[in-house]
Write a protein that binds this ligand. Structure first.
Ligand SMILES: *[C@@H]1O[C@H](CO)[C@@H](O)[C@H](O)[C@H]1NC(C)=O
Ligand SMILES: *[C@@H]1O[C@H](CO)[C@@H](O)[C@H](O)[C@H]1NC(C)=O
Ligand SMILES: *[C@@H]1O[C@H](CO)[C@@H](O)[C@H](O)[C@H]1NC(C)=O
Ligand SMILES: *[C@@H]1O[C@H](CO)[C@@H](O)[C@H](O)[C@H]1NC(C)=O
Ligand SMILES: *[C@@H]1O[C@H](CO)[C@@H](O)[C@H](O)[C@H]1NC(C)=O
Ligand SMILES: *[C@@H]1O[C@H](CO)[C@@H](O)[C@H](O)[C@H]1NC(C)=O
Ligand SMILES: *[C@@H]1O[C@H](CO)[C@@H](O)[C@H](O)[C@H]1NC(C)=O
Length: 810
């Protein structure tokens, strides 16, 4: 709505309005604000266009509900529209019904709904205010321009605009909050062009993270009308800031903005689709090249990201990610610059080393600001020293120099990237329920590779389908693995120390009402529901697994072996594993007693009825990956599961994924020493190396996890039908189909959920394809999988696993 100022009669106002509207070009109205004319936030119109229609100025909605506004200049023809200037950066948002008025004495005055002036421009004498086709908002007097927005830049420069010595750009706080942010680009009076992080709210500068290192008088930053950006030195030299002139203004809208993440980027937007690049804002230049790498300092300030978080440019330089360490979370998800806090309590007066554990993350560091420094130490010592110290939040190990640094909160200037070459040990609380567990030691750097080995012990043939057996036995010699081997010295723990109960067969017979209610049946035996009396007088539900009695193996050695293996399973404690409560070993009877999982298996959850919400599925996938990471890398004796599949993942009351049946491959091996052909695992989930004479490593679990991850994302079974025939229609095999969809860019065929979280779903699929690589060496370790799923590191385009597929199809 246009309101009239005090000097105009209603009649002359109508005439003016009419003239303005008839002068509209292409349906857009544009004009100058003359003295007495007012625009109102939320009114109609609340903005005017430049003659070309490319720029608009007026009231720009600052949120999707139009509950607040900016007085701004923006690109009107692009999608999204992009604000290039706004008034009063200290407090830019205005309520509905705010007005802007060219006063009778020729000043531009911005007033809130009560009429109080919030901001003003010019010192009087202007006869008109107008937006030019350059995006410059000018106040024109009788003799020329009296004031222009190009002289008071906010976070953006436009072609034709100059940042003279002494002037600066200031970033926004976040992309959506236009208040003064944490970074500044200054064309300093001393002739240097510098990017600084700033302290909020005062704005004092911390150590710079980029500069031209120039000096002299008269230097200025020029955004030439031809699209080039350079720093023009007083002596006539031009220091280029972007690469050149490839984006002529006739064909591209363009701007250069100091973004809220501290990067100065040049953006272009093709004016028509034939110019190429897609109808979107594309980044064509930036300074600094990699801000995560560039912005580090001994001094104060949190760095690019907030305290305790770390900076990742792995997703591409145009979207810097700030990430919380494991078991930390953002204080405010919408304002990640506020940093992360621990999701657990760490206080010295209550400190118990055994309540904490370490999560290793490669190539992560918070450089500087350490409070202890050790030399000539190994990785294990570096981790242990942090565990022993109640102040320590993180220790950083540098393998090359055998050095270790301890860090306290808050952590600053964190970054992850291949250039870092450090391993961080993040100290986190163990699950509260498992406080009595022995402390695991960190896994050595190269552990994943060194431990690959093949031990010629055979396992049971556990495959249900004869067709599949035929397939796998074609001319291959198959060696069986031992999922883990431990050294004798680690076996010296008493059963009571582990809180493992021994049960008599009779007890379990009673608990299960003589094995009445069968819960499931798997490769190792049958599982029954049971009820145990508990100390409080109530009862406790359990799952009792009666192991198949394979072979006759009742010699002393195998008995000891059984007890040892059960203890080793009993030592594992992780919130994503099903907990072993106790066991029974009487004569030839072997039974294991587990906690009862009320929500059944992932198989039923995924395929049993209605498609579960994506959020639940995603968190289940993360839980499984973390549980596997614990088995592979964090428990004192690494355990390969060998039979990862949805049936072996159970869900507890809170729908937390719990891996079941781990450690059993090892447990039963004593029964099968005579066989030399055996494949552990289940049809559809087994890694190709099972069919070849190749070493079986942890990567077999990564493969199976990849298959399951595709199932979780798509809610489809890998093998759509349980056919007995060898020939499975190719599109019924999810793995093949998923890669085909990925290759041709049609993941939408695979993912049926709404568009909401598409990026994350696609990331999960990409990670799954990495897990499905034929060459186990190409598959990521499970900890890398966890990091990729979390979004902490970029996921590269995976190689074609089709050779794998070919060999399986033969
Ligand atoms: C708007 O003001 C500019 C600068 O004062 C002037 O050149 C132009 O003719 C005016 N346009 C209209 C439509 O009044
Ligand atoms: C938008 O409006 C809805 C409904 O009035 C309200 O619930 C929501 O909080 C508003 N959002 C913002 C960002 O103001
Ligand atoms: C923007 O951030 C400032 C500072 O934290 C805050 O006071 C203001 O309310 C925020 N504005 C919006 C629109 O969220
Ligand atoms: C201008 O000054 C810069 C450094 O300040 C120097 O590198 C350059 O050579 C000078 N150019 C001329 C033409 O003197
Ligand atoms: C689109 O861009 C091309 C090349 O930049 C130009 O030749 C053509 O005239 C443009 N078309 C329109 C409709 O603007
Ligand atoms: C973040 O913003 C979204 C939408 O703007 C809102 O629904 C949500 O409540 C906000 N979260 C927090 C923690 O403020
Ligand atoms: C774990 O311990 C913390 C601190 O003692 C407590 O706040 C939290 O509720 C506990 N969590 C569980 C699951 O018991």
């Amino acid at each position: 709505m246009i309101m009239f100022g005090d000097m105009l009669s209603p009649f002359s106002l109508l005439v003016l309005l009419f003239l303005a509207l008839v002068s509209a070009a292409g349906g857009q109205s544009y004009s100058n604000i003359t003295r007495g004319t007012t625009l109102t936030a939320g009114g109609s119109p609340s903005s005017w266009f430049s003659p070309s229609g490319e720029f608009a100025f007026g009231f720009f909605p600052a949120d999707s509900n139009s509950t607040s506004f900016l007085f701004a200049v923006w690109f009107a023809a692009t999608s999204p529209q992009s604000v290039v200037w706004y008034a009063n950066p200290r407090s830019p948002t205005l309520p509905p019904h705010a007005t802007v008025l060219l006063t009778s004495d020729g000043r531009l005055s911005l007033r809130d709904e009560t009429g109080t002036e919030r901001w003003g421009a010019g010192s009087g004498g202007a006869v008109a205010a107008s937006i030019l086709d350059t995006g410059n908002l000018v106040l024109a007097g009788a003799t020329g321009v009296l004031w222009e927005s190009f002289d008071e830049p906010t976070d953006t420069l436009l072609p034709g605009q100059v940042l003279p010595a002494g002037a600066s750009l200031r970033s926004r706080l976040t992309d959506a909050n236009f208040s003064e942010g944490r970074f500044s680009l200054m064309a300093q009076a001393d002739g240097n062009l510098v990017l600084y992080p700033l302290a909020l709210p005062t704005g004092n500068r911390y150590d710079p993270y980029w500069s031209t290192d120039t000096s002299g008088a008269g230097n200025e930053l020029v955004y030439n009308a031809d699209g080039s950006i350079y720093y023009s030195l007083g002596n006539g030299t031009a220091v280029p800031i972007n690469s050149g002139l490839n984006y002529p203004p006739e064909s591209f809208y363009q701007r250069a903005s100091l973004d809220s993440d501290g990067v100065f980027r040049q953006y272009v937007y093709p004016k028509n689709s034939s110019a190429g690049g897609g109808l979107t804002w594309n980044v064509v230049a930036r300074r600094p090249e990699d801000i995560c790498h560039a912005l580090v300092s001994h001094g104060p300030g949190s760095g690019v990201c907030g305290y305790n978080s770390y900076c990742s440019s792995d997703g591409g330089q145009n979207q810097i990610n700030c990430i919380c360490p494991p078991e930390y979370s953002f204080i405010d998800q919408n304002n990640t610059y506020l940093g992360c806090e621990q999701s657990f309590v760490q206080r010295c007066e209550l400190y118990e080393q055994s309540s904490f554990t370490l999560i290793p993350v490669d190539n992560l560091d918070w450089p500087y600001q350490d409070y202890e420094h050790y030399t000539n130490v190994d990785e294990r010592q570096c981790g242990d020293m942090c565990l022993q110290d109640c102040f320590c939040a993180v220790s950083i190990f540098w393998r090359g120099g055998r050095e270790c640094w301890k860090k306290k909160l808050p952590l600053t200037h964190g970054r992850i990237g291949s250039y870092v070459n450090r391993r961080a040990f993040i100290k986190v609380s163990r699950d509260n329920s498992s406080v009595s567990v022995p402390v695991p030691v960190p896994v050595p750097f190269e552990g994943n590779h060194d431990r690959r080995r093949s031990i010629g012990v055979a396992g049971a043939v556990l495959l249900g389908s004869s067709g599949f057996l035929n397939l796998i036995l074609i001319g291959t010699v198959i060696s069986m693995i031992v999922c883990s081997r431990r050294n004798k010295s680690e076996k010296q723990r008493s059963v009571t120390e582990l809180n493992l109960r021994t049960f008599s067969y009779k007890e379990l017979e009673q608990a299960t009402k003589e094995f009445k209610e069968e819960l499931g049946r798997g490769g190792f035996g049958v599982v029954f529901k049971g009820e145990l009396p508990s100390s409080s007088g109530s009862t406790k539900l359990v799952a009792v697994k009666r192991l198949d009695r394979l072979g006759k193996m009742i010699d002393d050695d195998s008995e000891k072996e059984f007890t040892n293996e059960v203890r080793s399973i009993g030592q594992t404690h992780h919130k994503n594993l099903v907990k072993l409560i106790g066991y029974c070993h009487e004569e030839s009877q072997r039974l294991l007693v587990y906690e009862f999982m009320s929500r059944g298996s992932l198989q039923e959850f995924l395929f049993g009825g209605e498609r579960p919400p994506w959020e639940q599925r995603a968190s289940i996938a993360m839980g499984i990956a973390r549980g596997l990471m614990y088995l592979h890398e964090e428990c004192s004796v690494p355990i390969i599961h060998c039979d990862i599949k949805p049936k072996n993942v159970l869900l507890d009351d809170n729908l937390v994924a719990r891996i079941a049946d781990f450690g059993l491959a090892k447990l039963l091996r004593t029964d099968q020493t005579r066989t030399n052909t055996g494949i552990r695992g289940t049809r559809g989930y087994v890694a190709p190396e099972w069919f070849k004479s190749m070493a079986i490593t942890k990567k077999v679990d990564v493969y199976s996890f990849g298959v399951m991850l595709l199932e979780i994302v798509s809610c489809r079974r890998n093998l759509e039908t349980e056919t007995e025939t060898e020939e499975v229609a190719e599109d019924a095999v999810l793995v093949y189909w998923a890669y085909d969809c990925y290759r041709v860019g049609r993941l939408d065929l695979l993912l049926r959920d709404g568009e909401d979280d598409r990026e994350r779903m696609e990331r999960f699929v990409t990670v799954a394809i990495w897990c499905l690589q034929e060459d186990p060496g190409l598959r990521p370790s499970i900890s890398a999988v966890v990091r990729m799923l979390e979004g902490g590191v970029p996921v590269a385009v995976p190689p074609d696993p089709s050779t794998d597929i070919q060999s399986l199809r033969q």
